[in-house]
Design a protein around this ligand. Structure first.
Ligand code: HEC
Length: 225
């Protein structure tokens, strides 16, 4: 009977002991490896399995330096320089790499092309495109010369393609050109698109459309064929 009393007493003592602890303290843990994984987990740092390689003993590491944030998965983007918000539409993330034609029809540049947008687009173009496509978009960049087959953005059929088309090509690549969607966020892509329009000769340096008397010539060519 002594044993029974002893068990009851110690059970009460243990439960009271548990009650004394703060709400953030789990108290005495029974067999902790039943609920704390022995394997490395991203966030749980159990004393005995602290990661000895990473700083602060954590298992998750910070993203590599220079990683481009996806920001939000909403389709509104805030331009940090002007503070303006743009609704880029859900299509931005939904276009399939194979749907260039659809993108050309549905994706519209949400930016009003101003001198400022063109200036920013130029810088981005210099970062991401110029080494292949050349300063004037003629496909004669230093890398382009070695790479070969780089499209001339300033002439032929490509000078006529619209913003949605270019946006899609930047995002998903085309033929020998690799995709840039993971490196350049949508707003930056639209700035580049705006600048490419200048190289294509579709707009002037102020962003105003240049209307060409091309339609008649095109028709003539078509009838010749
Ligand atoms: C590594 C070199 C390289 C880089 C960098 C590059 N391109 Fe290209 N680009 C190419 C090549 C090669 C083609 C021809 C693709 C094909 O038809 O095979 C091309 C084609 C294109 C086309 C025409 C697509 C069509 O409809 O035929 C556009 C527009 C274009 N690039 C825009 C850009 C823009 C804007 C950038 C910068 C964000 C860029 N490119 C960066 C190599 C590059």
């Amino acid at each position: 009977m002594k044993l029974k009393r002893y068990i009851i007493f110690s059970a009460i003592a243990m439960s009271m002991y548990a009650c004394q602890r703060g709400p953030n303290d789990p108290g005495t843990e029974y067999a902790p490896n039943m609920y704390v994984s022995v394997a490395y987990e991203p966030y749980s740092m159990v004393k005995d399995s602290i990661n000895k390689i990473n700083p602060y003993g954590i298992n998750l590491r910070e993203p590599a330096q220079g990683t481009v944030a996806r920001r939000n998965y909403k389709t509104t983007y805030k331009d940090e320089t002007t503070g303006e918000e743009y609704d880029l539409g859900l299509m931005v993330y939904r276009t399939h790499p194979d749907s260039l034609e659809q993108a050309a029809k549905t994706l519209k540049n949400p930016l009003k092309i101003t001198k400022q947008v063109l200036a920013e687009g130029k810088v981005l173009y210099e970062y991401y495109c110029q080494h292949c496509h050349g300063a004037e978009g003629k496909g004669d960049g230093k890398v382009g010369q070695k790479y070969g087959g780089v499209a001339n953005l300033a002439g032929g059929q490509i000078a006529k393609v619209n913003g949605g088309h270019i946006f899609h090509v930047i995002t998903h690549g085309k033929g020998r050109m690799w995709p840039h969607g993971s490196q350049i966020n949508p707003l930056e892509r639209w700035k580049i698109v705006s600048y490419v329009h200048l190289l294509q000769g579709q707009i002037d340096a102020d962003g105003n459309p240049i209307v060409k008397e091309e339609k008649k010539e095109e028709k003539k060519e078509e009838t010749k064929k």
